[in-house]
Design a protein around this ligand. Structure first.
Ligand SMILES: [Zn+2]
Length: 213
């Protein structure tokens, strides 16, 4: 197992760069700026700087630490960043949450949900690319089945995420005054204390159980 881990880690670092998603997820690409930026999925000025110690935070990126499970100390400039939007759309779309205080209105909550969904969508795109390349590499080896099942899982996940992204895109493509932010149901759980952990995550419930009387 150890040899496989070493080989996998080596392969991973090369493929990680090759498979990095660097597109703009916003639906109307005709208004994209050419500059692709590394956007923060967790706000740097309002959240990361608040929990940082001398500009550093502890990060646990599962994609980088799939086997080691170790946390690493990183600067807040790079923490939680991803390539998911061009400079123009990142600035324009998220201005309500980036430039204004959080007042928990429906538009802000919609945008927080959209950014979490976009982050996960990009990660699933990367995962599909990564497992596809890995499957080629490990074809006709005992690990082929592992990568096959991981690829199938990533493809299914990408399908789910694409549907979720469309729900947001259908509103964001409209002029701002015509957007219906109530297409997303929001539940807010407020902690009674200040948390020093910041997370931005999106996941899909695969099964919904209906209560039968
Ligand atoms: Zn764009």
């Amino acid at each position: 197992m150890k040899e496989f881990q070493i080989e996998f880690n080596k392969l991973f670092s090369g493929l990680y760069r090759r498979c990095r998603f660097k597109g703009c997820i916003f639906p109307d690409k005709s208004t994209c700026s050419s500059k692709k930026i590394k956007a923060h999925s967790i706000q740097k000025s309002k959240i990361l700087s608040h929990i940082a110690d001398r500009g550093m935070v502890i990060s646990g990126d599962i994609q980088k630490t799939i086997f080691t499970r170790e946390f690493e100390q990183i600067g807040i400039r790079t923490a939680s960043t991803f390539f998911g939007f061009c400079n123009h759309h990142d600035t324009v779309i998220f201005s309500e949450i980036e430039n204004k205080d959080y007042i928990a209105n429906q538009e802000q909550n919609f945008l927080y949900a959209y950014r979490a969904c976009a982050l996960e969508y990009g990660k699933k795109k990367e995962a599909c690319c990564f497992y596809k390349a890995s499957l080629n590499k490990f074809k006709n080896t005992p690990n082929e089945l592992f990568f096959k099942s991981m690829l199938n899982g990533a493809i299914l996940g990408l399908g789910d995420l694409s549907e979720a992204i469309d729900l947001f895109s259908n509103e964001l493509i409209r002029p701002k005054s015509n957007r219906n932010f109530n297409t997303v149901n929001i539940k807010i759980y407020k902690l009674s204390y200040e948390s020093l952990i910041a997370v931005n995550a999106f996941f899909i419930f695969h099964m919904i159980f209906k209560k039968i009387n």
